[in-house]
Design a protein around this ligand. Sequence first.
Ligand SMILES: [Zn+2]
Length: 429
Amino acid sequence: MSDSEESDEEGGLGNLNRLIVRPPGHSGKAKRGHLCFDAAFECGNLGRADHITELEYDLYVRPDTSRPRARFWFNFTVENVKQDQKVIFNIVNFGKEYTLYDTDMTPLVRSTSRQKWQRIPKRFLFYHKSLVHRGRKILSLAFGFDREEDVYQFAAAAPYSYSRLQKYLATWEKRAQSFATRKTIAQTTQKRQVDLITIGDLNAKEHENKDENITKLKSNETKKRVILILARSHGGEPPSSFICQGFLDYIVSSAENASALKDNIVIQMVPMLNPDGVFLGNQRSDLLGSDFNRCWHRATTFAHPQLIAVKEHIRKITAEKTLQLDFIIDIHADISHEGVFVRGNSYDDVYRFERHAVLPKFLAMRVEAWQSENCLYNADATLVGSARRALPTAAVDAYTLTVSLGGRRLNPRGPYIHYTEDACILFQI
Ligand SMILES: [Zn+2]
């Protein structure tokens, strides 16, 4: 696995805006079948489209601002198609060679008359080293347009936009108003709001345990337990938003365990840390080019107001004698691994490390697509700016919880199960 060193010039610096790609030498009014590419919409990403032959087009992902190697997320529309027109789209500038396109992951497609996302069948894809693209690994996909009036949309995964989150939260907070609050903790450079949801009451006193048979809890065990969930540092990782939505759906449901969670702990969630990056269709960075999972240790009020706000929030909780922050879980999605797994920290003290390993063991028992072999615990310097390394104080356990962008297998030789758009509850993914 190696990152390509290509510069950003090949993907263009902006998204295509209703570009009609004509055959060479053609001028005048576009004919039906001269494809019109567009990515100038929320979460859109396509930087360039070249006409190769009547059948074949080379497509370039638009790199992130100031981060030319971040090139994977794509999300664009094609219209002005001819009935039964067949095409081959070559996506030629991914930033990584080894991706799940080597196995069974496939992109998604939908159209105006069929709004539900569908995976493009594997037999229509070819992920290969192409000599005409200087030996680069490219994704070729064969597609037939079957409805002339439709606009077709292609994406690396089902998008989950900032607008969708805002709409969802507006409805959710009405359903959850008896036990949850929502507030804005920061505004981004482009004036989008960063939400903090609190499920439970940070200020409520623990009610006394009336069961006389239960030994009185020690003082440090009477503290209110708090869990902080972060998500969507990276725009190209919408599955982390589906997990958040799945969890929020679950918590307002009548499930018995949902009530137990609400009654016994406080769960706080920042469901979208990087709304600007999500909106822009970036893979990792925000508007100013920062990778939020690499700069927690050097965050500034000017460039990373939401990171500063989260750090200040953590400082307040940990300073509060009646509260105990147990876990910070930062949710991401991965383009190279299947299933669900964590990345955690390593500790020299064996007892401390054993405690750190408890939550992953718990998840391994409950998440059916858990991939223990992908779990990793380290303390290397390159990840000093990640949330899991930079945020925990001594007693707090912080993890990166990662879910595949593509899907899962329930056993190594079992069938591949694609993740779908339907919101997934964490413990069922
Ligand atoms: Zn990520």
